[in-house]
Design a protein around this ligand. Structure first.
Ligand code: PHE
Length: 447
């Protein structure tokens, strides 16, 4: 029988109802939506891929998101403690620890890209970005230097400032300002993008599906990305769940987070595809899309340095609301495990992440050659986190809620037929599909 968590657990810190929604949307909306989503959509089939992503997000992502929030609120602790409180079965605390390791590692390379966006924001507003029109060379020489190490440090320090202030005056306040701010900036940029000459082709590419472009591989990529985009499998939503008020409806929260995440992906697509098509930029060109192609487009627009600056600030904000969600996971863990203060935990964890991040920051652009078997250190970190630890985390959550923790449905508070839909997805469909993603990404399953 599981022991209910004391209400004071986790230091008794709580989000307000709206604060929780903003914080969770903030975690979900990040580089995943604004940087990765456009280039993988460009690569894996445009609108057909987007549609697949929506289906995966709604049908599989949301049930798993709900499962994570439920574990957090039921266990009221850091990831590992929450598992231990909810079952007497051995080993779950250790599995939970794996889910603490994942955000710790992911932050070490995610902060590198967050640093790039900070650099680009500053360079764009100052006009420096547009002083040389070879954007690929500008990008290459920046990421090929040691500069990204310091910009990564800046991203980590900003994140640490928010986390040190705690749940309600740090995470919640930060997101309550940035998330609505982001929508305003995004809408302004969407209007700018849609009124460009030739924008229509970009809109059709993004929104008119051509189903012949769908393959099993693109479907698995869409599912993996739905997980990444909703911040699943990384302990973030479990950790945030621990700060949710008992009276808050997790079902409504889950829907709001899912729709919020989708809305930001839609808006990002409505900026990037029309702009790329209007300026003849290939949307499937990969990770450089946002950093190489868009500056060229901004330079060719009236008020380009303003719009460009706004865009990169937006990207930086989106990244920081996610790094905040990542850092809170290991911080909550060490506070609980070692009894350290919030301040001490934040400083030690941030320093460790900075040290681990250095090889990522210098290897990605080739400043220092650190590679094993055709992958740079950065690529390995991304691969291990996004393609192995993330699906493994997803499996842990679905098996735990679907099969191990008997009172999950009670804590989730879902009623009537929705309960059966939720349990069915969490028990059968989600673990099978996540397993397929894992097998595919490790190369065990090829097609
Ligand atoms: N969801 C974030 C994004 O789309 C990334 C993230 C993953 C954040 C896992 C926290 C935890 O960029």
């Amino acid at each position: 029988k599981s022991a209910p968590a004391p209400e004071s657990a986790g230091g008794g810190e709580r989000f307000s109802q709206s604060g929780f929604i903003f914080a969770a949307i903030g975690s979900a909306v990040g580089l995943g939506n604004m940087w990765k989503f456009p280039y993988i959509t460009g690569k894996y089939g445009g609108a057909a891929f987007f549609l697949m992503f929506i289906v995966c997000l709604l049908a599989v992502g949301l049930p798993v998101l709900m499962a994570e929030l439920t574990i957090g609120r039921g266990g009221r602790g850091s990831v590992s403690t929450s598992f231990n409180r909810l079952t007497k079965k051995k080993g779950w605390g250790t599995l939970g620890f794996l889910m603490v390791l994942a955000p710790f590692l992911i932050l070490s390379f995610y902060a590198v890209i967050a640093g790039w966006t900070l650099y680009y924001a500053v360079q764009s507003f100052s006009g420096n970005l547009f002083s040389n029109s070879d954007y690929s060379a500008t990008f290459g020489s920046f990421i090929g230097s040691w500069q990204p190490v310091w910009w990564m440090l800046l991203a980590l320090v900003l994140t640490a400032f928010v986390i040190i202030k705690g749940v309600s005056s740090g995470i919640e306040k930060f997101n309550k300002i940035l998330i609505p701010g982001l929508v305003i900036l995004l809408v302004a940029l969407v209007i700018r993008a849609l009124t460009l000459k030739g924008a229509g082709d970009g809109v059709s590419f993004f929104l008119e599906p051509d189903f012949s472009k769908l393959t099993a591989q693109s479907a698995l990529i869409a599912l993996g990305h739905a997980f990444f985009s909703l911040s699943l499998g990384m302990g973030t939503m479990i950790t945030y769940g621990a700060y949710v008020d008992k009276r808050q409806s997790l079902g409504v929260g889950t829907m709001a987070i899912g729709l919020g995440d989708l809305l930001y992906a839609l808006l990002a697509g409505l900026i990037i595809f029309p702009t790329s098509f209007a300026f003849g930029i290939e949307p499937g060109q990969g990770p450089g899309l946002v950093f190489v192609a868009l500056p060229a487009a901004f330079a060719a627009m009236p008020f380009g340095s303003l719009f460009g600056g706004l865009f990169f600030v937006l990207l930086a904000f989106a990244a920081l609301t996610s790094t905040v969600g990542l850092l809170e996971v290991p911080v909550a863990f060490v506070r609980e495990r070692f009894g350290w203060s919030r301040g001490k935990s934040v400083i030690i964890i941030t320093l460790l992440i900075f040290i681990i991040g250095i090889p990522s920051a210098v290897s990605v652009g080739g400043a220092v050659d650190i590679s094993f078997g055709h992958k740079t250190f950065f690529d390995w970190m991304d691969f291990i986190c996004s393609y192995i630890l993330l699906p493994v985390g997803g499996l842990i959550v679905t098996i735990f809620v679907g099969w191990i923790w008997r009172d999950a449905a009670k804590e989730a508070g879902v009623k009537s037929s929705w309960l059966y839909v939720w349990l069915f997805m969490v028990r059968y469909i989600a673990p099978i599909l996540v397993l397929l993603v894992l097998l595919h990404s490790t190369g065990a399953l090829d097609f």
